[in-house]
Design a protein around this ligand. Structure first.
Ligand code: CP
Length: 358
């Protein structure tokens, strides 16, 4: 791996950074650090989905689950979550357990030596002395990137997986979203997908939008309040990739048209952090709420998704309706399997898993 300074590295665009995130120069597109959705090709996505299916099938039997436990018993994972998380944290932990890894975590940076003034860079070097994988969620944009850069410079290079950084990206959420879309719709090529809610600060919609470059003939519908519209950087990316998209301010009109509806929560916490007085947590603009009756207007073969957590943007009655199109609970479980697949691939045990027919 060519060594460059942080200033040189950050002057590169994402495409130029990708080789620095690879396992080695011989496989310069194979992710080692996972920071960006743009690191994934169609072939990788298809292989990861197939691997996730294989892992979940194996795990159904005691023999298969025992085999999975033999894969990475000498590897330890650190789940460093410096920002609240339920499902990313728990699904990574569960994925690591399924593969027989040892697990440790930090959920409050005030308990680490950063509270004494140690830099993030020095902290992550220290972590690499003890563990073999670092999964990281951090409120600061670029924190996972800085950790990955530091690992490239360290004596012991361990992979860093971005579990959500600032308002930037959440690439493994996008992997589980792709896995869920594929399972629900059979294929993603040619599909119409609506993303609804806080599209400006929602890092899941950003990462999922980037992954759409891998699918042919997809059309995107971004439905958001004016102040929370999808970012110009994403729109510029879609234009470059010739992906059709439109922006709307009402969900209702496109419910019967689309194949997937991806709801998201309004992220009030960013307003609060910016000092705004926020009084609307319990109120939602009805134009961005999925109402009970919309289910009757959705296509027969379609799906309702949400990265979760949700607040009021989906009628709570839907949690109690049995309908194969309501997939958001399955979606979060899919996260465990696709994250297990990703870790297995990073540690080169994917072929061993595929060859196991227990
Ligand atoms: N979807 C998601 O990232 O959920 P958590 O914040 O609970 O991890």
């Amino acid at each position: 791996m060519r060594r460059i300074t942080w200033a040189e590295y950050t002057a590169l665009d994402v495409a130029q950074r990708i080789p620095f995130l690879a396992k080695d120069a011989a496989a310069e597109h194979e992710p080692f650090h996972v920071l960006y959705a743009q690191q994934f090709t169609r072939q990788m996505l298809d292989e990861l989905c197939a691997l996730a299916d294989h892992i979940r099938r194996l795990h159904k039997t005691p023999e298969g689950a025992a085999f999975l436990q033999t894969l990475l018993p000498n590897r330890a994972a650190l789940n460093l979550f410096a920002q609240p998380s339920t499902r990313t944290f728990m699904s990574f932990q569960a994925a690591e357990m399924r593969l027989g890894m040892q697990i440790t975590d930090i959920r409050d940076m005030a308990t680490s030596s950063q509270a004494k003034g140690e830099s993030l860079q020095n902290s992550v070097r220290t972590f690499s002395s003890y563990v073999d994988l670092m999964v990281m969620r951090h409120p600061d944009r670029g924190a996972a990137e800085l950790a990955a850069y530091e690992m490239n410079m360290a004596e012991r290079r361990i992979p860093v997986i971005n579990g959500g950084s600032g308002q930037d990206q959440h690439p493994t959420q996008a992997l589980l979203d792709i896995y869920t879309l594929q399972k629900a719709l059979d294929e993603i090529d040619g599909k119409k997908i609506a993303m609804v809610g806080d599209l400006l600060r929602g890092r899941t919609v950003r990462s999922l939008s980037y992954l759409m470059k891998n699918y042919k003939g997809v059309e995107l519908f971004y439905v958001a309040p004016d102040r929370l519209r999808i970012g110009d950087d994403i729109k510029a990316f879609l234009k470059r990739q010739h992906i059709r998209y439109s922006e709307l301010d009402n969900l209702e009109e496109i419910v019967p048209v689309v194949d997937a509806i991806y709801m998201t929560r309004i992220q009030w916490e960013w307003d609060k952090a910016a000092g705004a007085t926020v009084g609307g947590e319990g109120q939602y603009d009805p134009r961005f709420v999925f109402r009970r009756e919309y289910l009757d207007r959705m296509k027969k073969k379609s799906c309702l998704m949400h990265p979760l957590p949700k607040i009021n943007e989906i009628d709570p009655e839907l949690d109690y309706i049995e309908d194969p199109r309501i997939v958001y609970w399955r979606q979060e479980r899919n996260g465990m399997w696709i994250r297990a697949a990703l870790i297995a691939r990073i540690f080169d045990v994917d072929k061993k898993i595929f060859s196991c027919r227990t």
